[in-house]
Write a protein that binds this ligand. Structure first.
Ligand code: ARG
Length: 459
């Protein structure tokens, strides 16, 4: 069959070229936005006297019936159509006759696809925001339940200073709250309607772009028609924010994978979010966390793919830009799937406070506090640091820990040591003394919990 754009050419294309050119397999998911956009377009055309009220009514009715039939399954989207825009228009003309052909007045597929994509992403991002919130909530729940559970805090993956598990998980809440903020920022810039830019240069019809934008829920219209049809920054911004979010999820996953290894055993993931091995009966594998870590690379790839596609394009629309959708849709689907599995995985994991505490006792993570003790007794920090280091070395050699090293031994390193030192280097004291803002003490952690609560309730 000849294409709808037959005219200059026969509109008969080779089957291989058709398949290659077609985007229906991936853009049909925007059918709702395409139809909603068209209804607003018909309303604007009629309000401006470009088409009659009767035409508008016919178009609207036809479009609504298509929407209803796709939603209800009575109408299958034809996989042989070039794209979703062509499919809807063809179906409309099939249903209401020649009036259907008036819909495409004062627009082009270039501004139409730009509109559909913005509307689709706006709808999908509302879902992403909900899922992100659910994950923050799961982390918050575990953080609150373990706000006093002591674990080793690490730098260089070496035991460094004691922290609480709640404090550790709240760090991830902070990251995810920033991710939500980045999505908000990107969505604000995306909130601009491209419809009415037409192919590239605008139109000679007396259109009302503001009216159409408002009807579709946009705050403003693209101020330059060439930019309006060429801009895909919003896809890149969203994918950048998604990449950063995935990086955070990947770091969290990596920690979960470590924590549920036998070497750590800080947590056990629930059966629902682990798998067994087909050969090793003792295995409980953190596949979900590993997949989140793995899929991070895929989202980065989507971002790099579109950046690369766009980099050499002259203004305005080029068919290369059809490639935008597979990148952004894949990133979106991946992020949603990862968030969906991460929240219940966190929520249902069990935390082994005893294992965390005993790991915290083995790494001399109170050595800083030992040095601080000497400083309080009047030694300069550098000397205190050196003495503490020597004491740690002795403990290591004798397979001892600071908590139980006898006072006589301490006194051989410095006469200022006294019985009060044991209280000072008790891990609970080390945590409780870190009352600085953002620190690991209960008081500081509770302030962080309040901040996360604010985020969770604001909508
Ligand atoms: N399927 C096309 C896309 O996704 C729609 C726009 C086509 N415009 C054109 N001038 N061929 O980019």
């Amino acid at each position: 069959m000849a294409k709808m754009w037959a005219g200059l050419t026969s509109g008969i294309t080779d089957r291989v070229a058709d398949d290659f050119n077609s985007s229906i397999s991936f853009d049909s998911r925007m059918y709702r936005q395409d139809i909603t956009g068209s209804i607003a377009h018909a309303a604007m055309l009629s309000a401006q006297g470009i088409i009659s009220v009767q035409d508008k009514e016919q178009l609207t009715e036809g479009l609504l019936s298509i929407l209803e039939d796709i939603d209800g399954g009575a109408l299958q989207i034809d996989p042989l159509s070039e794209d979703i825009h062509m499919f809807v228009e063809q179906e409309l003309t099939k249903r209401i006759g020649d009036t259907g052909k008036k819909l495409h007045t004062a627009r082009s597929r270039n501004d139409q696809v730009a509109l559909d994509l913005r509307m689709y992403l706006r709808d999908e991002m509302a879902e992403v925001k909900k899922l992100l919130k659910a994950l923050v909530k799961a982390l918050y729940g575990q953080a609150k339940a373990h706000k006093s559970s002591i674990m080793p805090g690490y730098t260089h993956l070496q035991r460094a200073q004691p922290v609480t598990f709640g404090h550790h998980l709240l760090a991830y809440c902070m990251m995810l709250i920033r991710d939500a903020g980045r999505f908000e920022d990107a969505l604000k810039r995306m909130d601009v309607s491209p419809i009415g830019c037409c192919a590239l240069a605008g139109t000679t019809y007396d259109t009302d772009r503001e009216m159409e934008a408002k009807a579709l829920g946009f705050s403003s219209v693209a101020l330059n028609s060439m930019d309006g049809v060429s801009d895909r920054d919003y896809c890149l911004e969203l994918m950048s924010a998604m990449s950063i979010l995935m990086m955070h999820l990947s770091r969290l996953s990596e920690e979960l994978i470590l924590w549920c290894s036998w070497e750590f055993k800080f947590v056990t993931l629930s059966d629902g979010y682990t798998t067994g091995s087909s050969i090793m009966p003792q295995k409980k594998n953190p596949d979900m966390a590993e997949l989140i870590r793995g899929k991070t690379g895929r989202v980065y790839g989507d971002l790099m793919g579109l950046l690369t596609t766009l980099k050499g394009l002259p203004l305005a629309y080029n068919k290369d830009m059809q490639e935008d959708k597979e990148c952004i849709f894949d990133a979106l689907d991946t992020v949603k799937a990862c968030l969906q599995v991460a929240a219940p995985m966190i929520e249902t994991m069990s935390v082994h406070e005893d294992n965390m505490f005993s790991a915290a006792q083995k790494g001399f993570i109170n050595a800083t506090d030992l040095a601080d003790y000497l400083v309080k007794k009047g030694l300069p920090f550098r000397s205190a640091y050196k003495i503490s280091g020597e004491i740690v070395a002795k403990c290591m050699a004798d397979d001892q820990v600071l908590e139980t090293l006898p006072l006589e031994v301490y006194k051989t390193f410095s006469p200022v040591f006294d019985g009060d030192l044991y209280k000072e280097i008790d891990l609970r004291t080390c945590v409780e003394k870190r009352i600085s803002q953002g620190g690991t003490s209960l008081r500081s952690v509770e302030m962080q919990l309040v901040y996360v609560e604010e985020f969770l309730k604001d909508d």
